[in-house]
Structure formats: C-alpha cells, structure tokens
Design a binder for this molecule. Structure first.
Ligand code: SF4
Ligand code: SF4
Length: 410
C-alpha cells in the first residue's frame, strides 16, 4: 500500500465523520503533520522555569514533551536544543513507532541529559471498571517493557509508568507491582509511576499512599469537572513527595482540529492555567509544528493569565460541547443500562479526530470490538453528558473503526 493511498483512506474515514469535525482545515492539518511550517527563531534563548519532581530530586523545566503525535525529527531536536529535557512516550503510541523515532533522535544526545519516560498498558484491560484482573498477562507486560527499551535503544528509562491505572485496586495490583519492582531492581528504570485517565483522584491518592511509586502522570486541565477534587488529590500527593506530571493539558485536542474551535482555541491559556498550580511539577503537551512548540515554550516567560486568556478559559468552560475531551466521569454508563463502553469510544473519537492517530483509535477500540452496540436501535439518546456530547452520533461514527482494515492504518 502506498503512503498516498493510505493517507487517502485515512482521509476518507475522517472526512465522512460528523459534520464540522473533519473540515478542510483539519485535513490540511493532517497533511502537514511532521512538516511543521515555521521554525522557532534561530538562536532565540527561551526562559526556562524549573521545578523538582518530588522525592526523585530531578529538576525539570515545567514544560516537557508529549510525543503521541511526534513525527518530525527537526522539531523534536529543536525542542531538545531549546532546553526541554523530559520526553514522555509510551509503548502503545503508534504501536511502538514513536519509541523507535525517539530512540533514533536521542542517540545524538548524552543519555544523562535526557529524562526519558515510557509506559505500558497491562493486557487485557477493562477500561469500563478500571480494575486489572487475575487474567492480567504479567509476562506480556514485562515483554512489552523490554520492547520499549529496545525500541528506545537505551539500557534504562528514568520513569516507567503503569499506564491506565484507575482505581486503588489497579494501582495496588500486587502482581504488577512485583513485576515493576523487578524492573527497578534490575536498573532498567530509575523510578516507578502510574499514569491515570479515569478515577484519577483515587489513583493519585492511592499512588501517594503506597510508598511504592515515585511519580504520577494524570489528566489535568481547566475543563475537568471535578477539578477541585483533583487539585486536592494532587496537593496530597505532592505533600507526600510524589513527582506530579500533567497530561491532556490542552483538553486532549490537537491544535487545529475542528473548524469552530480553530479561532477560539487557546492552548497557551490552557497550559498556563495548569502550570499556575505549583504542585504540578511539569506538563507534557504535544506539538506538531514549530509554532506550537514556540507557544509551549513561551508559557515560561510569564505564567500570568492575560485578561483575554482569562476570558477564553471562562467561555471555553461554558461552550465545551465542541470539545473532544471526555471527562471519564461515567455518567453515561449510569444513565443508560444498554450503553456500550462510551468513555473508551469517546477516547477513540478524540484519537481519531483530535490527534489524527487512527492507529491509537483502532488499538483502543479493540477492547469494545465484540460488545453489542445498542445505540443504532435507539430513536433518541437519553444520556445527558456533562460535556454536551452527541453520544449516539459519536458512537455510531467511531465504531466504523471496528471494521477498518488494519492495512489502512499508517
Ligand atoms: S458522560 Fe460524557 S464526559 Fe462523562 S464519561 Fe460519558 S461521554 Fe465522557
Ligand atoms: S444511543 Fe441509546 S444505547 Fe446508546 S447511549 Fe444513548 S440511550 Fe444508550
């Protein structure tokens, strides 16, 4: 399959989506991924603000590098040369290809100058309950971690995350903890952490209470409904010496995705808002253009929100129904007894239409592959999603990926 043909098929999927999501601008963005247009000003010195990641003692710039969308070597090297030192990747990003990509780039840098993090999702995983079970394949978990080291071409990572840890039972799941302890003892990771997307506050507190984990990476942004509870959990964990890393800081969206929000989107305001919390030690926003990188770096010049930025945050909190960010609150599951695993499907929707990463969407949809989807038989949806999502429309759109031929995925 040629690249053009693959792209055309990705385009076909996305362009047949919900009206207003896959517009011309979004497609232009897809085509430009990895060929970022405007360079960060040559030789420009960026102000760096540092915080220490709790008991790890590691001092990092408050802006780090998320890599889910990383495809451009020039862009990634520019970020490192500008002073970003912490790279957060994961075994499941583009089926390991992001790790391979990062591995090739960091070869050009002294290993000790880079703070490298990766994570593995234990399999099988029940995203709905958020609990790992006795069926968890520990051998696969360990093999996947070894695969990460190989792809990154390093002897060790600085942080290894148990990815998608949700409830306390998941964070404290003994077979996985034993396995991670072995990784640490063997020197293949310096520190251990959990990353959490749902039941986040519970996961953060459990990790802090465990005395086992050193860092936690959590979804944290201004649109989160239970943000006060999450702030308190973060403060609790920081007080106990945990390093705190924020992800999904710009509400889980790509930067130029849906036509309405292109004008309104203000990632700088969103990132500043996150970093105004001193207990957040660093954030891992992604970037696919030099402009976006420049915006991320510029946040460190001054974390004060301008009146316009404050206004944007207030308006965006109210007008969030065009957002792609699912809160993972589970309201939909409580309201509809026949509901499929909607939070996972909404995450797939965000991967497909927000991050333009169909491979990630397809991988995540695997877990609902065999579930019956009752939505097609409903005349109207009873779910009142706090984000105002058209649940039925989005579910029916994204489940088309269940039949998407794998060879069409880049
Ligand atoms: S109710 Fe909406 S925000 Fe909450 S989990 Fe369901 S889709 Fe996500
Ligand atoms: S469309 Fe029907 S089955 Fe699907 S979530 Fe809404 S009410 Fe439930």
């Amino acid at each position: 399959m040629t690249e053009t043909k693959t792209r055309m098929n990705r385009r076909n999927f996305l362009s047949r989506g919900l009206p207003g999501i896959a517009g011309t601008i979004a497609l232009a963005h897809l085509e430009s991924m990895g060929t970022a247009c405007k360079r960060v000003e040559e030789g420009k010195k960026h102000k760096m603000v540092y915080r220490t990641l709790g008991k790890t003692g590691i001092k990092l710039p408050i802006v780090s590098m998320g890599t889910m969308d990383a495809t451009s070597e020039a862009l990634t090297r520019t970020a490192l040369d500008a002073g970003i030192s912490h790279i957060a990747t994961a075994q499941y990003y583009a089926r390991g290809r992001v790790e391979e990509f990062i591995g090739k780039i960091i070869k050009n840098y002294k290993r000790e100058k880079i703070i490298l993090a990766t994570g593995v999702i234990p399999q099988p995983i029940d995203y709905r309950s958020g609990v790992f079970s006795k069926d968890t394949d520990i051998a696969k978990f360990e093999k996947d971690f070894e695969g990460s080291l190989k792809r990154l071409d390093v002897d060790y990572v600085d942080f290894f995350y148990l990815a998608f840890a949700a409830k306390k039972e998941s964070v404290m799941f003994e077979p996985l903890m034993k396995s991670m302890e072995k990784m640490k003892k063997s020197g293949k990771t310096r520190f251990l952490g959990v990353s959490s997307h749902s039941f986040v506050s519970e996961a953060v507190r459990a990790a802090a209470d465990s005395g086992f984990y050193d860092v936690v990476m959590l979804a944290y942004n201004f649109q989160i409904k239970d943000i006060e509870e999450r702030k308190q959990a973060v403060a609790y964990a920081a007080k106990k010496g945990m390093g705190i890393v924020a992800m999904k800081t710009i509400t889980g969206e790509s930067w130029m995705v849906h036509d309405k929000q292109v004008a309104a989107s203000n990632p700088k305001a969103a990132l500043k808002w996150v970093l105004q919390n001193d207990n957040i030690h660093t954030a891992v926003p992604g970037f696919t253009t030099f402009d976006q990188l420049e915006t991320n770096l510029s946040v460190m010049e001054d974390l004060t929100l301008t009146p316009e930025e404050k206004q944007y945050l207030e308006l965006a909190r109210i007008n969030h129904k065009d957002s792609l960010f699912c809160q993972g609150c589970g309201t939909c599951l409580k309201q509809c007894p026949s509901a499929p695993d909607i939070p996972t499907l909404m995450r797939c929707y965000m991967y497909a239409y927000g991050y333009r990463d169909l491979a990630a969407a397809v991988r995540n949809i695997e877990s609902v592959k065999d579930d019956p989807i009752a939505c097609a038989d409903c005349s109207s949806c009873v779910v009142k999603c706090p984000m105002g999502f058209d649940i039925k429309g989005k579910v029916l759109d994204i489940i088309r990926l269940r039949n998407f031929p794998p060879e069409f995925i880049a």
